[in-house]
Design a binder for this molecule. Structure first.
Ligand code: SAM
Length: 198
């Protein structure tokens, strides 16, 4: 079980570049932005990347003009992100479930939701809603196939994701990803969801 920051920190310590790290941003940054901008994503707005790891996606979003917070609860992840990308991004050592930072216009979620123990998913959805402005957007890259391996990452079927998200969000887009990294092709899907105003 990997729910404690020490567990994740140990993976960074033992592996240096852990298996999930792609040494660059996912190609799905561009695809998700293209989907989200016509659906109300504010160009240049404030985006948070929870579970940012070494910060590749956060730095890519900053290069595309957004004001970005890269958040992770593993100290070695934040240290590695800062070493790679300096202070262009506001790095934050914090737990996504309890942080008092924000709210943000949008969340860019790549391998954070799927890293969670499935029992924590409803609480994770609540945290996403709590950290967004009214009408804020949750953009996520998710796995429907992890090749039968025990997680993390944990796979989720698209319709199960829809049901979970709909507790707090209006689902605007939910479909197979088109431009995944070759290592992940055919196994990822994308979500764009708007926080419900309650
Ligand atoms: C599988 S890694 C993905 C890292 C990065 N998104 C990437 O794609 O390279 C998951 C990351 O989420 C972080 N994480 C897990 N649970 C977290 C939580 N509750 N709050 C903040 N970060 C968390 C871990 O420390 C780890 O860096």
């Amino acid at each position: 079980m990997t729910t404690h920051p020490d567990d994740w920190n140990r993976l960074y310590q033992d592996e240096g570049r852990p298996g999930w790290d792609m040494d660059g941003a996912t190609p799905l940054v561009a695809e998700l932005l293209d989907l989200a901008l016509p659906r109300g994503l504010k160009a240049g707005g404030e985006i948070v990347v929870p579970g940012c790891g070494y910060g590749h996606d956060a730095a890519e979003l900053e290069a595309r003009g957004f004001a970005v917070t890269g958040l992770d609860f593993a100290p070695l992840a934040i240290q590695g992100a800062r070493q790679r990308y300096g202070d262009r991004v506001a790095w934050s050592l914090a737990d996504w479930f309890t942080t008092h930072l924000g709210p943000w216009h949008a969340i860019f979620d790549h391998t954070c939701f799927v890293a969670m123990d499935p029992a924590r998913r409803p609480a994770y959805v609540d945290a996403c809603a709590a950290h967004l402005n009214p009408n804020g957007l949750w953009l996520a890259v998710l796995f429907h196939d992890v090749k039968g391996r025990p997680g993390p990452p944990h796979a989720i079927a698209m319709e199960d994701m829809r049901r979970l998200a709909e507790a707090r969000f209006e689902v605007l887009h939910l479909a197979e990803a088109a431009s995944s990294h070759p290592r992940r092709a055919g196994r990822e899907f994308l979500l764009v969801a708007r926080r419900r105003s309650e």
